[in-house]
Write a protein that binds this ligand. Structure first.
Ligand code: TYM
Length: 331
């Protein structure tokens, strides 16, 4: 592993699915690789989904996304953290890749199909979304991409784009590998279904207030087969236990599992412990977020420095790409 790259969409309310699935890996890899850990807030991806995009909120959400990541432990003095639109080479490379990517490779993307099915008018940008994502990664010649497993298909397409380019224009890009958090490749929603996702409305926000989090945990579904306390409980089928595993020490989870199976404890107690353990992770993030909010210049300064560093790498790659692609350069 020489260089990692990852991107996240600018939403103000990053949730624990984002945190466990991706952000914890950003932080860990950042500690290891320093400036070779490159993280990007992908503001040009946001408008591809008209349901979520709002021009009056994009700027604030971009700022918030940076703030939350820094509050969660990403150190912008160690890694490179920047905003996609501050480095115009992303869209330039995306266009070049667009001309080289078969239309059929894009229409078969499941995320495209799911999102497009919900829209009356589908922006062409939604189809091109994974091409821009490939450009994000390959611009930095990254070999490792920490993401949640919902991005697996997009990563395969990125590898395909790199492979095709290398065959046609000469060896340029590594074929990047996906890097999952083995403990949380896909965090389910608090409704126990599918994945935690803002569009489904089944999230717990990293900065959500405690009362609201407790209201959600309190009403989480239990093992559907357990109706009375006297019914045997199966922790494997309980979404409460799933979340407990993410936040509580394994020894505590083990004890609770056994008690739950023996019908020694009710779900409410497990939920109270889950709340307690989850807040041990979330409270310090919240405190650091408050601190940063009082000093927005720290966040903006970090993004400015990040963009300058990212751009140096991006410009070098584009020089090579333009040359190999056969473009006439200005004198
Ligand atoms: P985005 O913004 O939807 O999500 C950011 C990261 O969070 C992960 N994630 C999850 N992981 C586990 N369980 C969940 N429930 C969950 N929900 C979200 C996502 O997998 C992601 O890693 N297409 C990307 C953004 C992107 C990108 C890139 C990523 C654009 N260019 C280049 C990597 C490299 C996306 O929409 O992530």
């Amino acid at each position: 592993m020489k260089r990692v790259f990852s991107g996240f969409q600018p939403t103000g309310d990053l949730h624990i699915g984002n945190y466990l699935g991706a952000m914890v890996n950003y932080i860990a890899l950042g500690e290891k690789l320093g400036q070779d850990a490159i993280y990007c807030i992908v503001d040009y991806h946001a408008p591809t989904n008209p349901v979520a995009y709002d021009k009056d909120l994009l700027r604030q959400r971009t700022f918030e996304a940076a703030l939350v990541n820094i509050a969660a432990g990403l150190d912008p003095n160690k890694v490179i953290l920047f905003v996609q639109s501050h480095v115009p080479e992303h869209t330039e490379l995306a266009w070049i890749f667009t001309t080289q990517t078969p239309y059929g490779d894009l229409t078969r993307m499941t995320q495209f199909k799911d999102k497009a099915a919900k829209l009356e008018s589908v922006p062409a940008g939604l189809l091109m979304y994974p091409v821009l994502m490939a450009a994000d990664i390959l611009l930095y010649k990254a070999d490792t991409v920490p993401v949640g497993d919902d991005q697996t298909q997009h990563l395969e397409l990125t590898r395909e784009i790199a492979r095709r380019w290398n065959q046609t224009y000469g060896e340029t890009f590594p074929e990047p590998e996906i890097y999952l958090n083995p403990h949380a490749p896909r965090v389910p929603g608090i409704d126990g279904k599918a994945k935690m996702s803002k569009s489904v409305g089944n999230t717990i926000g990293l900065l959500e207030d405690e009362e609201s989090i407790w209201a959600k945990i309190r009403t989480m579904p239990d093992d559907p087969a357990r109706i009375r306390l006297s019914d045997p409980g199966d922790p494997e089928r309980s979404v409460v236990f799933k979340f407990l595993q993410y936040f509580a020490p394994p020894e505590l989870v083990q004890v609770l599992r056994e008690e739950y199976r023996r019908r020694g404890i009710g779900t409410l107690v497990v939920k109270q412990l889950l709340m307690q353990e989850m807040m041990k992770t979330l409270r310090p993030i919240r405190e650091r977020a408050e601190e940063l909010r009082a000093h927005p210049e720290r966040v903006l300064g970090a993004l400015e420095e990040g963009a300058a560093k990212a751009r140096r790498i991006a410009q070098a790659t584009m020089e090579e790409v333009r040359e190999k692609f056969g473009l006439l350069r200005p004198r």
